[in-house]
Design a protein around this ligand. Structure first.
Ligand code: UDX
Length: 452
């Protein structure tokens, strides 16, 4: 099928490459010429395992191309909208201006009967008015949220846990009369869903479940999924605070919780809390929606998760201060890890960076390092002081802080680290170090939620 992908960021570039891999003819459109140039050369504009390979194959087969010219989409039958919806400055709500611009740019180029598929994460109530505007030009809308994890985007696109179709129903006042244009329309969008089934035929055949629901439900699925993950992380971090107060070990508690099938294994890692380009902004957006939809209890539940997450940073700063046994001002702190999670170069809303900045603001001399995120950290946070290697970061340090749980930091040899510095205090913000080995090598390990 002929497909266009509007917006080639984290989501769109992977989606375009994956759709070409499925055998479709795909044109990816982005307003950023530098990004388009990289993608057209087969290079991902960010670190994502497997994406370069997928881009290379699609470009070599001639099935994949990238452009800044929106007019190139005119012969596509299906258009995926993958633009960003970041948090609006000075507000918790999402900024939908890129989505509005993309829709305005796309509409003049739509064939009658074209299918537009919204993948961007949007507040509930966004799709329906957009569908009305599209129906006026004879096009159809399905809301089809994505659930990609950074670092696993290729897998999550080609083998999704579930595929959600948000479909329209008749809406009052629409000019669209329900005529089935080119055979893919009709009330309820069932025929449009058949078209999207063709696009995803291989994924459906491989067993990914597909759920059909209303636009509003599909929008809410995405917001709830990310907010629930955030709630789980904040829940275990709330228990971490209780463990600290009671002399219990939150890691023992979490290990026992995970064995309960009703609770499940994942997203119960205590520590420094969640960051990244999605969880914080989607939680904030749902808080704003709860306020707007007059659901005060929902708002308090979600706000508490947010506040618990923010408080993790202060908790780790406090532990660092305790490790120093003196003021932070004038001390030297080595921060290991800047990415918001391991195997990523992304520093957006990274708790690790925020802690490093808080320590620097309190007067510490910080030397921060990361195996993959140094270039992005330097670009986004030029005022922080960086070191290329762990050895450089810890040299002269008074305390070592492990902020992002990269495997290379878990596997550090404590005796070797001790040979680079006189410090013997390590704050293990994510609880990933081998405590027995570090203690045996003369270190004191401080971890949130674990007795010293
Ligand atoms: C997330 C969702 O998982 C994905 O479905 C959605 O499409 C986009 O947002 P991602 O941003 O890649 O994906 O990060 P994720 O792997 O979910 O981790 C989010 C944050 O939570 C990280 O900072 C991670 O360190 C933290 N986290 C995760 C914890 O602190 N504890 C946990 O138990 C799990």
């Amino acid at each position: 099928m002929r497909i266009s992908v509007i917006g080639c960021g984290y989501l769109g570039s992977v989606h375009a490459a994956a759709m070409a891999w499925l055998g479709h003819e795909v044109v990816g459109v982005d307003i950023d010429p530098a990004k388009v140039e990289l993608l057209a050369a087969g290079r991902a504009p960010f670190y994502e395992p497997g994406l370069d390979d997928l881009l290379g194959r699609g470009l070599a087969d001639g099935r994949l191309s990238f452009t800044t010219e929106i007019g190139r989409v005119h012969d596509a039958a299906v258009h995926f909208v993958c633009v960003g919806t970041p948090q609006a400055p000075g507000s918790l709500a999402a900024d939908l201006s890129a989505l509005d611009l993309a829709a305005q740019a796309l509409i003049p180029h739509l064939r009658p009967g074209a299918l537009v598929v919204g993948k961007s994460t949007v507040p509930v109530g966004t799709a329906r008015p957009l569908a009305a505007g599209l129906a006026d030009v004879g096009a159809h809308l399905i809301w089809n949220p994505e659930f990609l994890r950074e670092g696993h985007s290729v897998h999550d696109t080609l083998a999704p846990d579930r595929i959600v179709y948000g479909l329209g129903r008749p809406w009052p006042g629409s000019l669209y009369d329900g005529t089935d244009v080119d055979g893919i329309g009709g009330w309820g969008g069932e025929a449009a869903a058949d078209v999207l089934d063709q696009v995803y035929a291989d994924l459906l055949a491989a067993g990914s479940p597909r759920l059909k629901m209303s636009y509003e439900s599909a929008e809410l699925v995405k917001a709830s999924a990310n907010s629930y993950l955030a709630l789980r992380v904040s829940f275990i971090n709330a228990i971490s605070d209780l463990a600290d107060a009671a002399g219990a070990d939150v890691f023992d508690v979490a290990a026992a919780l995970r064995l309960d099938q009703r609770i499940g294994r994942l997203f119960l890692e205590p520590g420094l809390g969640f960051g990244g380009g999605c969880l914080p902004k989607d939680l904030h957006s749902l808080i704003a929606q709860a306020e707007q939809l007059d659901a005060p209890l929902t708002k308090s539940l979600l706000s508490a998760a947010d506040q618990i997450n923010v408080a993790r940073r202060a908790r780790v700063v406090e532990l660092t201060q305790r490790a120093l046994d003196g003021p932070v001002a004038g001390s030297r702190v080595a921060v290991l890890g800047l990415a918001f999670k391991p195997h990523s170069s992304d520093v957006r809303n990274s708790q690790s960076i925020l802690v490093a900045e808080a320590l620097a603001a309190a007067g510490a001399e910080v030397a921060a390092t990361d195996p993959a995120a140094l270039p992005s950290a330097r670009a986004a946070h030029p005022a922080l002081n960086y070191a290329e290697t762990v050895a450089d970061a810890v040299r002269g340090a008074d305390v070592v802080l492990v902020a992002t749980e990269w495997p290379e930091y878990r596997e550090l040899d404590p005796a070797q680290v001790a040979s680079w510095t006189d410090a013997r205090q390590v704050v293990d913000a994510r609880g990933v170090l081998d405590r027995a080995a570090w203690t045996a090598a003369g270190w004191t390990v401080l971890t949130p939620g674990r007795p010293a």
